[in-house]
Design a protein around this ligand. Structure first.
Ligand code: EPU
Length: 429
C-alpha cells in the first residue's frame, strides 16, 4: 500500500517562470469517491472502487470504515471494501473533524443498525456549512433526530419512502438522501436536487447495487430495496483536478495534454478558459490539449453556481489566472460565504484584488512576485500553487496538508510537466 505522510510542517517551494509542457493523467475524483466509499456500508457484500485517488480525505474515510468494522485494502488504484460485520454505529469526532463527508455515514448506519450517532461536522474555513437539510430529510423518512454534545443521534424503528423538496441545492445533502432512500423499500421522490457529475456517479453505483433510480430536471425518483448488493465501479475522473491543470497551462503560457478527462463535465470551466485566451482541443476520447492562443490572458467575469454553472471549487484557481489578465475581472462567489481567503495571500504576491461583499474585483497586473504564503483551504492552496508557477522568484506555500486532502501527487505531476516545485519539511532546531 502506497503511503503518503502529511506533516503539518511540510511546505512547497515553487520557483516561478517555467512554461508547462508534456502530458499528465488526471486521477479519479475525490468528491465522487467519498460517497461511493460510504455506499459500501449499505451492503455486507464485497465492493470494488476503481481509480479511487490515494488522498488524505479518502484515507480518512477508510479509517472511519475500519473503525466501524469494515475491511478494506488497496491494490494500486483499486480499493476493495467489505462491510460484512459492522461493530459500531458511532462515528467519532476525531475522524469527522478531519473530513466533513463523514456525515455520509448517517444513512448506511441507520439502515444497518436502526440507530446512528454521527459527530456533527462544524463550520470550516470556507463558511458555516449547516446540515439542516440533511436532518430535515432524515426526520421526514421516519428517523428521530436529536443533537447533543456535538453529535447527531438518529433512531428509527421503521424508515419510510418520502417525497422531499430541498430548500436549496446541496451536493452532500442529495448524496445523503440517495444513500438512505436507496435502502428503503418503496418509491421516493426528491426535488431541487444537485446534479453534479459526482452525484450522478453515485447514482450509477446505487443502480449497480439494485436500487432503481431515475433523474430528470432536478428531480430524482428512487425505488429502494433493503437487499442492496456489492458492486464494482470505476470512479469518474476528477474534474476539478483537470480544471486546475488547465489553468496551470494557461497561466504559464504552456502547452499540455491531459489524459483521463471527461470534457463534458467541464463545460463552464472550458467556456471561461476560452474567454481568457485558452485553446482546448479534444485529441482523443479522453485526451485534451490545452494551451494559450496569444501573449495575454484576457479578463472575464465569473459567477460561481451549482452544476452545470461555474464550480466554486475552481474559483480560487481562476482568481490567480485573472490576477495576471490584461484588464479588470469580477468574480462573485455565490455558494460559500467565506471563500476569498486566498485573496490576502495573492495580494502579498502583488495581485490587485478588492473584495466588495460576495464579489472580488481583480485588476490584472503584469507580474506577481514570490512570497511566503499560507494555505487556508484545499482550493485556495491550489490557487497559490498556480500563482507560484508564474511568480518572479520563489514562493513558499505553507500548511499544504490542505492540498494533500484533494490533489494526488500534485508536485510530482507538475514536475513531470516541467515545473520547479519541491516538497520540503521544516526541521526545528
Ligand atoms: N447548505 C445548507 N444547508 C445544508 C446543506 C448545505 O445551508 O443542509 C449550504 C452550504 O452551507 C453551502 C451550500 O448550501 O453554502 C452548498 O453546500 P453543499 O452541501 O452543496 O456543499 P457540500 O456538499 O458540503 C460539496 C463538495 C465541496 C464543493 C461543494 C459545492 C464534497 C465532499 N464536497 O460540498 O467540495 O465545494 O459541494 O460544489 O463533495 C472541495 O472539494 O474543495 C469542496 C469544498
Amino acid at each position: 500500500m502506497m503511503n503518503i505522510t502529511s506533516s503539518s510542517s511540510d511546505f512547497y517551494l515553487v520557483e516561478g517562470g517555467k512554461r508547462l509542457k508534456g502530458s499528465v493523467r488526471v486521477s479519479g475524483s475525490k468528491n465522487a469517491s467519498l460517497p461511493i466509499i460510504f455506499a459500501t456500508l449499505l451492503t455486507s457484500e464485497s465492493c470494488t472502487v476503481q481509480e479511487a485517488p490515494n488522498l488524505l480525505d479518502v484515507r480518512n474515510a477508510l479509517s472511519l470504515l475500519e473503525y466501524l468494522g469494515a475491511e478494506s485494502y488497496r491494490v494500486g488504484e483499486n480499493l476493495y471494501i467489505k462491510a460484512e460485520r459492522l461493530k459500531s454505529h458511532e462515528t467519532p469526532h476525531h475522524i469527522v473533524r478531519k473530513m466533513r463527508a463523514s456525515i455520509l455515514s448517517m444513512g448506511p448506519l441507520l439502515v444497518r443498525f436502526g440507530e446512528a450517532v454521527v459527530a456533527m461536522p462544524g463550520g470550516c474555513s470556507i463558511g458555516l456549512r449547516p446540515v439542516d437539510q440533511h436532518i430535515k430529510l432524515f426526520e421526514r423518512a421516519g428517523a428521530r433526530v436529536s443533537i447533543k454534545h456535538g453529535y447527531i443521534y438518529l433512531k428509527a424503528d421503521k424508515l419510510k419512502p418520502i417525497e422531499f423538496d430541498f430548500d436549496l441545492v446541496t451536493v452532500t445533502g442529495t448524496e445523503n438522501a440517495l444513500l438512505l432512500l436507496s435502502a428503503v423499500e418503496g418509491r421516493s421522490i426528491l426535488r431541487n436536487v444537485a446534479i453534479e457529475p459526482e452525484v450522478l456517479d453515485l447514482i450509477e453505483v446505487l443502480r449497480k447495487m439494485g436500487a432503481e433510480i431515475e433523474l430528470w430536471d432536478r428531480t430524482i425518483e428512487i425505488r429502494g430495496t433493503p437487499n442492496l448488493t456489492g458492486f464494482s465501479h470505476r470512479v469518474i475522473p476528477d474534474r476539478i483536478e483537470a480544471g486546475t491543470f488547465m489553468v496551470a497551462s494557461l497561466i504559464t503560457g504552456g502547452d499540455i495534454v491531459l489524459e483521463n478527462i471527461r470534457l463534458e463535465h467541464l463545460g463552464s470551466v472550458c467556456g471561461k478558459l476560452e474567454e481568457c485566451g485558452g485553446v482546448i482541443e479534444k485529441i482523443g476520447s479522453n485526451r485534451v490539449r490545452v494551451y494559450r492562443k496569444g501573449a495575454y490572458i484576457h479578463p472575464t467575469n465569473i459567477q460561481t453556481q451549482e452544476y452545470p454553472g461555474f464550480p466554486t471549487d475552481m474559483q480560487a484557481q481562476f482568481m490567480s489566472l485573472l490576477s495576471l489578465a490584461n484588464g479588470v475581472s469580477e468574480i462573485t462567489e455565490n455558494i460559500f460565504e467565506n471563500r476569498f481567503q486566498h485573496v490576502a495571500e495573492l495580494s502579498r504576491m502583488g495581485a490587485d484584488i478588492k473584495i466588495h461583499g460576495r464579489t472580488a474585483v481583480v485588476r490584472g497586473v503584469e507580474k506577481i512576485s514570490g512570497a511566503e504564503v499560507f494555505s487556508t483551504d484545499l482550493r485556495a492552496s491550489a490557487g497559490l500553487v498556480l500563482a507560484g508557477l508564474v511568480a518572479e522568484g520563489r514562493t513558499t506555500i505553507r500548511d499544504i496538508y490542505h492540498l494533500d486532502r484533494g490533489y494526488e501527487f500534485i508536485d510530482k505531476k507538475l514536475r513531470k510537466l516541467g515545473a520547479s516545485i519541491e516538497r520540503l519539511t521544516e526541521h526545528e532546531d
